[in-house]
Design a protein around this ligand. Structure first.
Ligand SMILES: [Zn+2]
Length: 318
């Protein structure tokens, strides 16, 4: 009988694993996500699990279960994943759960959506602990969400919590999903980058891309955007104001419908911009609330970039 659970957060740039024993994180490892094939990615997940176990001097024989949070469409019953555009080879169907299970001698492996497991992590082990009705919103490359109602993760038919694709401006900016005016088109990092590039081509001045090169990055990471904002770059200020307004509208709409006790705002951009960003979103949200005298608590994540890995362990029973 194993005594530890490993949670894995598979992302487009990194694989994060944590070891959980007695509900506490006792070890962790982080490896870059291979840019090659699905087989290489699955192999690296196995290596990251071994790395996390090594970090706290545990062995695979002590493993009780492994949980994996992954982008894309997940069949929780089979552990198969497909339609993930930011993990190499994961647009096609990948037998993720069964392959990782086989690598650990048949240890049970649970696979679920990356954002939903991150919300579970915050709900059970992070900022959401005091509450029973929680909306989690993760603002990163895109905008994802998950919903806990009466203490249970809302799964419905598989798409619950997609707040990123609720419409905040009909006919507005084009979203990576192909539709127009979604929250993600204003608040997602990828959309912010595309909009900034288009504006620069049209001759608008910005320090964003100089800062990006200075930091040796090939894309506008959350930290590049946050630095440009801190330096007072006018285009960044304008783009983030649009993100704040869009988030305020989307969160107020969700709150007017659901009346949750808390909204947790995290993700790369959310975490990096911190409390001042949260307060500005709250200010915008209050304008649109039906009962502004009774707003939800708007909270940052407690687990930061470990929300996903811890949540994956929670979903696997750790
Ligand atoms: Zn969309």
């Amino acid at each position: 009988m194993g005594v530890v659970t490993v949670g894995v957060d598979l992302g487009g740039t990194k694989i994060q694993a944590v070891v959980v024993a007695n509900r506490r994180v006792v070890g962790e490892a982080r490896h870059p996500t291979p840019r090659t094939t699905a087989d290489d990615v699955v192999g690296e997940i196995v290596a990251t699990v071994h790395g996390a176990l090594d970090s706290c001097r545990r062995t695979p024989s002590e493993l009780r279960a492994v949980g994996i949070g992954t982008p894309g469409t997940v069949d929780s019953a089979t552990g198969h994943v497909s339609q993930s555009s930011n993990v190499p080879g994961f647009l096609d169907e990948v037998a993720l759960g069964p392959t990782v299970s086989a690598a650990f001698n048949g240890t049970p492996v649970t696979v679920d959506n990356d954002v939903r497991v991150a919300v579970m992590g915050e709900y059970r082990r992070g900022a959401g602990r005091p509450y029973r009705n929680v909306l989690g919103v993760f603002v990163g490359t895109g905008v994802g969400g998950g919903l806990i109602l009466e203490g249970r993760l809302r799964r419905a038919r598989g798409s619950a919590g997609e707040i990123g694709h609720t419409v905040v401006r009909p006919g507005g900016r084009r979203c990576p999903c192909g539709r127009r005016g979604c929250l993600e088109a204003y608040a997602g990092r990828l959309s912010i980058e595309r909009t900034a590039r288009r504006a620069q081509v049209k001759g608008h001045r910005t320090e964003l891309f100089e800062l990006m090169e200075l930091k040796g990055r090939d894309r506008l990471t959350s930290s590049v955007i946050a630095d440009a904002f801190d330096r007072g770059d006018p285009m960044t200020i304008e783009l983030l104001q649009q993100a704040v307004e869009a988030l305020g509208i989307a969160l107020a709409n969700a709150q007017n419908l659901l009346d949750v006790e808390a909204v947790i705002l995290g993700g790369g951009l959310g975490d990096r911009l911190g409390r001042p960003f949260l307060h500005r979103v709250e200010h915008e949200m209050l304008k649109h609330l039906r009962t502004p005298e009774r707003p939800p608590a708007l909270l940052p994540t407690e687990l930061g970039d470990l929300s996903g890995a811890v949540g994956a362990a929670v979903v696997a029973g750790g």
